[in-house]
Design a protein. Sequence first.
Length: 564
Amino acid sequence: MNDIRRTILWVIFGFSMVLLWDQWQIHNGRQATFFPQSKPPVAATPAAATAVGAPPVAAQTPAGSAQIAADVSSKPAAARERVAVSTDVLKLTFDTEGGSLVQAEFLKHRDLKEAGKNFVLLDESKDRVYVSQTGLIAGAAGGTYPTHKTVMAIAPGERELKEGADELVVKFESPEVGGVKLVKTYILKRGSYALGVKHEIVNNSPAAVAPQLYLQLVRDGNKPVGEDSSFYSTFTGPAVYTDAKKYQKVEFSDIEKNKVEIEKQSENGYVAMVQHYFASAWLLGDGIKRDLFMRKVDNNLYSVGMITPLEALAPGSSKTVEARFFVGPQEEKLLETLAPGLELVKDYGWLTILAKPLYWLLDKLEHFIGNWGWSIVALVVLLKAAFYWLNAKAYASMAKMKAINPRIMEMRERLKDSPQQMQQEMMRIYREEKVNPMGGCLPIMIQIPVFIALYWVLLSSVEMRNAPWILWVTDLSAKDPYYILPLLMTLSTMLQTALNPAPPDPMQAKMMWIMPLIFSVMFFAFPAGLVLYWLTNNILSIAQQWIINTRMGVPPQFNLPKFK
């Protein structure tokens, strides 16, 4: 039973790792490693940034299901202008064609691939397309209005947030199209990744009009640079949130196959584009009707957006619709203040109920310690302390098993030709010694969800990005450049295995060494913060096991592998 117990523990550990790894792959946007599905063909990146979707086409059916037709036509280059504006945290580039936001650079987040450069999320270039667009489309009454393809005039004004100023305003004004003029005003605030966006619709025609305002995000279906490795992948794609259906994320491949099942109409919520650590989202106030849509726009372009109908505007009247546009890092506390459910773009998966309090505690520790690496160590120490008695019970049971293991092995050898008698004799020894062969399993099983939740916290938290720990570890979100932490973790895993009594069955003995080594190899591709957490947990587990064994009179003994 001793070897059975160990086998069960390894099965639990192994199955947890398989689920963890596989969910990490398919969690959001990548082919599963262990349970793959057919992979859709990947379309090539658009050759030109002008191949961005035309405005949604109004229909008699709900606007959320409206089509966005591909339209590669554009105004002559001379009619367009790129305008850069900046605050203390953002450098944004607008295109006068539609007043669209075509580049967003984060001044406080460095690019991990190109040293010395800031991270760029939104971009419109020959290699990438990821832009924010708004405009007007016709309602049931028909008509033609300013869209994101209409070249607008930018009003004079400051292009940089000056020292002492808290607000920067950028205004675009369209020509009249169908007698309607659209005035788009962006309001940038100091220290904020959320832009106020006002759309003023002015009816200068002789008749009443009833256009619809659309807000959309368009991007290519490629993975962000650096996340195309099979060992490191998180979700990239569109998402929507409503009170009724909550958070719904959709893979590009599902859009490709017309398998989008989201709530089509709502009076609350948001639409977003999500990738590892960063997101963009259009936010409308509650009570405003909107139709939600996702669709493929072009060869490798996808869009997510919302369309809100406007009340009929009498000749000479105007109406202003206020929205907010978020483009920034997935800082949980910031997201919670902007809109209900926006913090869910930082996706912890099915263990959110455990992950959120763990992140809260980790954040408090960082404020006290001032270093994310040591905060991870401190959090694992606190978790081990919280589970001390559970672990103590498990290790005590393991120590008792280890103490009687020589008797068990001698008995198994003596009765190897009588399996039934061997089983009866084994149960007699357990009763006499008051040993429960399964006593070490339950405490470990209880802790597995907690440590997997912590794994997701460390994987998802943008605070780990560019966060140093000590000496050579200068970025907890990147691999250890010298693989020191993965090597130490592998050694600690082997030490843990060596401290356990070797099972008499040769195959089980091999598995006890091969399985942890296989899982350890995976950690060579993991971010340093994740490896630090697992290494700390291993070291504390070894220390506790060593102390409990010594107290119970079972001195630690190293059992080296025998593969003969």
